[in-house]
Each structure stands twice: as C-alpha cells, then as structure tokens.
Ligand binder design. Structure first.
Ligand code: 13P
Length: 252
C-alpha cells in the first residue's frame, strides 16, 4: 500500500504574518488527517520559520526548487545541504513554472533531482504537458521524455526513493482540473512505463496529481487507483481548504 501524500506548493506567496496564521490553522486541523502524509513547500526565505513552526507536528517541509550544485560561486542559488540544514525533507524539481518561465530543461531538472537525492532530500519530480501538447496527442511522449531524462542520469531505482507529481500545465492555476479519468490515464501510463524497467519501483512510487485541486474535487481525484495524493498550489494557502484536501484520503 502506498501512503498518500498531500504537499502544498505555496509558490511565491505569503508573509511572516500570513504564514503564522496558516501554520496555526494547519496544526490545529492535523488531528483529523488520518491517512495522508502532509508537507508544505514555502518560499526559501521562510523555510526555517516554517520548519520551526512544524516541529513536533506531522507536517513535513520541502523546498520549491534546489540548486544542481553543492556550493560556490552560484549567485542566487540555494543548495541541498542548506535546505537539509534548515529542515527540509523534500525538494520540488522541474515544476512547470521553472521549466516554462525560467527555461529549465529536462537535463537540468534531472541534475537537480540528482542533487536532492545526493544531499538526503526526497525529490518531488514534476512532469506534465502543455495544452497544445495535449491537443496534439503527445502527452505520453512529453511525460515519457521528462521521466527518461531522470532515468538516464540516475537510474530507475532512484525513482523508488522519489515522488512524481503529474501536473498538466493547462490545469495549473486555471480552475480547469483534469477529470479523474484524464489524470488516472496519465498516472497509469507513468506507472506502466516504470514497470517495464522495474516493477517494484513502479508499485512503490507515489504519483501525485497537481492542477486546480480543491476540497471539493479531491475525494474523487484521489479515489482513482494510481493517484497517491496531490501537489496543491492555490488551495494550499488557506488552512481550511488545504486541510479538506489532506482529509480526502481518509475516505478513499
Ligand atoms: P494550483 O493548485 O494553483 O492549480 O497549482 C498547482 C501547482 O502548480 C502545484 O505545484
């Protein structure tokens, strides 16, 4: 049995004050989260604060990105050892906003994935197609290519110690959720692709869905057989809404 994971990607949102409120709300509601593991991924500058607030709770902490380098003259970058030291367990890599807005390639994402693992963080590898790619019928090709870059660099076994997040780009922040069946189809494709290389890894890896997940659609989405939770953007910024999503696996 794979344990569901619900991770909040706060993106570039929040302030010290709003984070105090959000974390207080989450802490209060965690007792009702029975099944899912929960994590939050704040902006870099707030990670220490959130890790401190999360101490003694079951709320895990992750970063939204990670440098592919360990240390040195890399202005603006934040390394794996730094993230580990301030309390991260997870690092998101290859989010579509990094890929699309900042031009991060599949190969660069794979190097970030490798860095996360090297420094003891669990990578949350984001994959997903653009709207035009879905319309061209090349979703599986795109997602397959994104996975292959990581498998080529790190080997299939590495995915057994990672989390994959399928985030169709057209569903991110748009209010257009993939239907449970659309999501399931891609999740099943990912698992089947990994199974051709290593069935144990395919059975074990958590595959999260991301893209306009809300309290109102999470139960149905997470009820699909290959969905092991979610990577949540906008709805992770308010405690009640995020907790409703975190409770969804209680029922599925
Ligand atoms: P939304 O939940 O705001 O659509 O964002 C999804 C996402 O990009 C999570 O990483």
């Amino acid at each position: 049995m794979r344990q569901p994971l619900v991770a909040g990607n706060w993106k570039m949102n929040g302030s010290a004050a709003s984070i105090d409120t959000l974390m207080a709300g989450l802490k209060q509601g965690m007792a009702e989260v029975k099944t899912a593991a929960v994590a939050v991924c704040p902006p870099f500058v707030y990670i220490s604060k959130v890790a401190e607030l999360a101490k003694g709770t079951k709320i895990g902490v992750g970063s939204q990105d990670i440098s592919d380098q360990e240390s040195g003259a890399f202005t603006g970058e934040v390394s794996g050892p730094m993230l580990k030291e301030v309390g991260c367990q997870y690092a998101i890599v290859g989010h579509s906003e990094r890929r699309a807005i900042y031009g991060e390639s599949d190969a660069f994402t794979a190097r970030k994935f490798a860095a996360a693992r090297k420094f003891g963080l669990i990578p949350i590898l984001c994959v997903g197609e653009l709207l035009e790619e879905r319309e061209q019928g090349i979703t599986e090709q795109v997602v397959g290519r994104q996975l292959d870059a990581v498998i080529e660099l790190e080997g299939i076994a590495a995915l057994g110690q990672a989390v994959i997040a399928y985030e169709p780009v057209w569903a991110i922040g748009t209010g257009k959720t993939a239907s449970p069946q659309q999501a399931q189809d891609v999740h099943a494709f990912i698992r089947a692709k990994l199974a051709t290389l290593d069935k144990g890894v395919a059975d074990k890896v958590q595959i999260l869905y991301g893209g306009s997940v809300k309290g109102s659609n999470a139960v149905e989405l997470f009820g699909m057989p290959d969905l092991d939770g979610g990577l949540i953007g906008g709805a992770s910024l308010t405690a009640d809404e995020f907790l409703a999503i975190c409770r969804a696996p209680n029922q599925s």
